[in-house]
Design a protein around this ligand. Structure first.
Ligand code: SAM
Length: 216
């Protein structure tokens, strides 16, 4: 998702109490300096307009959620959608996933969600896919040893690539996977739909999901 550049985006995000900008100061101190309560931290990378995280944050007040989105024009939509709402357990960051180890200390994050990540279909761009062997070690650095990585997409090629990357990874192992999440009796339980999930499943596309965990 890339919206046209919106000139006011940066100043609106800077002024929003939902958006955290002073990254260095909060690394290792998210729970003490950003959130009011000390809870497990879950993050979504490439959160788009934020529907998934807002639903999770509302349902789970004992988890602190951070949405990461690299385009300010996209994050602006999420912030504007929330209006005056300021859930205590939800914050956003405008940055690229490549910077994760600068944002979170080792083991600071309990769960990472990747939803409908950009497919980067050309082979020469494979490293840019958020489930590639470039990104998996970054996730491993910030996840707790008992943490988990969850990935959903309707893109079968990207999903198969992701399964292969996890299976070949020295730092992650596959816990479970499905090619039809909405019909899977176990994995569909409590599923929260993202904007893209609603759009593609309403067209009849099956949704794939995998869950992985750090290797011992
Ligand atoms: N997760 C949302 C959903 O399922 O409805 C949005 C999916 S959208 C296709 C993918 C989003 O990931 C885009 O908003 C894009 O800007 C963001 N994104 C892609 N690569 C990223 C990266 N390296 N770091 C942070 N965000 C990224």
């Amino acid at each position: 998702m890339r919206l046209r550049n919106i000139p006011r985006a940066d100043s609106v995000l800077e002024a929003s109490p939902l958006v955290i900008s002073s990254l260095q100061k909060v690394r290792g101190a998210w729970n003490s300096q950003v959130f009011k309560e000390d809870h497990p931290i879950h993050i979504e990378i490439g959160m788009g307009k934020g529907q998934f995280l807002l639903s999770l944050a509302t349902q789970n007040p004992h988890i602190n959620y951070i949405g990461i989105e690299r385009y300010s024009s996209v994050l602006l939509r999420a912030v504007e959608k929330l209006g005056d709402l300021l859930p205590e357990n939800l914050r956003f960051l405008c940055t690229d996933a490549r910077t994760l180890p600068d944002i979170f200390q080792k083991g600071e994050v309990s769960a990472i969600y990747l939803n409908f990540s950009d497919p980067w279909p050309k082979a020469r761009h494979a490293k840019r896919r958020l489930t590639s062997s470039f990104f998996l070690p970054l996730y491993h650095q910030i996840l707790k040893t008992d943490g988990r990585l969850e990935f959903k997409t309707d893109n079968r090629l990207l999903f198969d690539f992701s399964l292969e990357e996890i299976q070949a990874s020295p730092v992650f192992e596959l816990v479970s996977s499905t090619y039809d999440l909405h019909r899977d009796p176990v994995l569909s339980r409590g599923n929260i739909m993202t904007e893209y999930e609603e759009k593609f499943s309403s067209k009849g596309n099956a949704i794939c999901k995998l869950i992985a965990r750090p290797k011992e």
